[in-house]
Every structure is written in C-alpha cells, then in structure tokens.
Design a protein around this ligand. Structure first.
Ligand SMILES: Cc1ncc(C[n+]2csc(CCOP(=O)(O)OP(=O)(O)O)c2C)c(N)n1
Ligand code: SF4
Ligand SMILES: [Mg+2]
Length: 273
C-alpha cells in the first residue's frame, strides 16, 4: 500500500464499496493528500451524507460522522459549534447537498461557518439507482426522466457565492492535483469553503445519461465540458454556454466567520450578564 494510504486509510473498512472506475476514489485520494499537506489530522472531523459519495470519509482514519441523507451540513454545524477548534470537512453528493439538503447548504454559506464542503457532482442519484438530480442537465434522460429532464440544473458555485460562501472552487476528477490543492486551500480558509468536483459515475450517469460506462471516455467528456477561469475571460457568452468554469472562483477573507463571531461576541456577552 502507498505510504499515504498506510498512514490515513481505515484498513478495516476496506475494500472500497464503489464500482470500478468511480470517481469517488480520486476524490478520496485528493482529500488524503490535502489533509497530509494541511497537517490537521489531530483536530479533524469528517462528515458524510447518505449516497455513494457519503462513504468517502468512512475510509479515512479520523473522527467520522456518517449521517442522514441531506443532513451532513447541520450535523457538521453542531459539531463545529460544540468544538470550534476542529476542522470539519463535509462530503455531500449533488442530491444530498442541493436536493434534500439545499436549504442547509444555503444557510451554512450565509452564516459563513468554518466548514469545508466537498460536493460530488456526478449528475445523478448514484446510490439509489440513477434518478434525476438537481445537477442533471436539461433534456438528459435518466431513470426518472425517461423523456428527458425538463428542469434547469443548479450552478452550485453560483448558488454558494450568492448565499455567502467565502472560498469557492470547482475542479474535476480529471484534475487530481489541482483538486487536492483546492481542498488544501479550502481547509486552510477560515469560513464556509466550497469545492465542487465534477466526477464520473460509470454505472448510473455513464450508462444511463452518456451511453458509456467507460471511465476514460467519461473523463474526456468531463474535461471537454470545462474551461479555466483565466481562459474564460477571453471568451464570449456564446462560447461559454454549457461550459463549467474550473479554478478558484471566489476567495474572500474579510467576512466574519460564524463560530468565531459567536464565541468572541455573543457567548462572551451572555457570560457577562
Ligand atoms: C431522508 C432520505 N430520503 C431519501 C433517501 C434515499 N437516498 C439515499 S442516497 C440518495 C441519493 C444519493 O444521491 P447523491 O446525494 O447525489 O449521492 P451519490 O450516490 O450520487 O454520490 C437517496 C435519495 C434516504 N436515505 N433518506
Ligand atoms: S453508482 Fe456511480 S457513484 Fe455510486 S459507486 Fe457506482 S459509479 Fe460510483
Ligand atoms: Mg450524485
């Protein structure tokens, strides 16, 4: 086993439950490297929602909560407020984060609470068999949109930005080094940090939406759907239509962070009375 695997993986939880070629392994790898770079293992807590992506933290040998579908951010909020010195990382599927958990997501961002949310964007509800998700592109066929999805997908990064998140980055599983660097930056940031990862789900999104379960082809498709923030500045709106911006989209170090504000101001004022 690789040295980092030896150091960080929870051996008794292996083997990984994911399908061959699933992008969740790449996200696990990028996260472990980021945790190692940040040197925060001793004060780390990980929270996962329900879904294939919710299992990512289970494989990391740290304090882990694997909680109800859509409720990862409220559990993480409680954890952060009861132990503010912890660095808390949330792993949430696109259904978990933007569907059932959408309200928690926008309020977590609004509060600018010091959580790192890694959202796994695989365009679908993977674990439950390929239902339409809030990220499924319009007109795409899934098990529950057999005539094509009539809805518009969310742009999760724009939603995070509008809601008040203070670090926002988007990368893909075809960019593992950049992804790991973004997760490191998100961990180092004090405030609500959001990293969206475009990733391949060969078994559901691959087979059902894209007509192929070949992970290499799916990675090529994902890569082709992106453009870097810097390259995008020279493109017209027409050229950018349907493209995902990748890179750091937003970084604000000025907004007050919720847990710090609470303990410095509210808690102290209440104690003085
Ligand atoms: C309250 C509740 N509603 C529904 C479910 C069923 N359920 C489990 S995982 C899931 C969707 C998973 O999709 P996503 O969050 O995108 O994660 P992925 O599997 O794609 O990583 C659903 C609907 C549940 N477990 N709990
Ligand atoms: S169903 Fe999709 S997301 Fe879930 S483990 Fe399989 S490939 Fe990965
Ligand atoms: Mg999903």
């Amino acid at each position: 086993m690789h040295l980092l695997g030896e150091k960080y993986l929870r051996k008794k939880a292996l083997p990984l439950l994911w399908c061959p070629g699933c992008g969740n392994g790449t996200i696990l790898n990028a996260t472990v490297r980021a945790i190692d770079n940040s040197g925060i293992r001793e004060r780390l807590a990980l929270v996962g929602g329900i879904g294939c992506s919710g299992w990512i933290p289970v494989y990391i040998d740290a304090d882990v909560l694997h909680v109800l579908h859509g409720r990862a951010i409220p559990f993480a909020t409680g954890l952060k407020m009861s132990d503010p010195d912890r660095k808390v990382i949330v792993f949430s599927g696109d259904g978990d984060c933007l569907g059932i958990g959408g309200n928690h997501f926008i309020h977590g961002a609004r509060r600018n609470i010091d959580l790192t949310v890694i959202m796994v964007h695989n365009q679908i509800y993977g674990m439950t068999g390929g239902q339409v998700a809030p990220t499924t592109p319009t007109a795409y066929k899934t098990k529950t949109s057999p005539y094509g999805n009539p809805e518009m997908p969310f742009d999760a990064c724009e939603l995070a930005w509008a809601s008040g998140a203070t670090y926002i980055a988007r990368w893909t599983t075809a960019h593992p080094r950049q992804l790991s660097k973004a997760i490191t930056e998100a961990i180092d940031h004090r405030g609500f940090s959001f990293v969206e990862v475009l990733t391949q789900c060969p078994t559901q999104a691959g087979r059902v939406i894209h007509g192929t379960a070949d992970p290499a082809k799916l990675l090529d498709m994902i890569k082709a759907s992106t453009i870097s923030v810097s390259a995008a500045t020279e493109k017209s709106a027409e050229e950018l239509a349907g493209k995902f911006l990748i890179g750091t989209l937003h970084h604000d170090t000025q907004r007050p962070e919720f847990a710090g504000y609470y303990y410095e101001k509210i808690h102290r004022a209440a104690a003085a009375n």
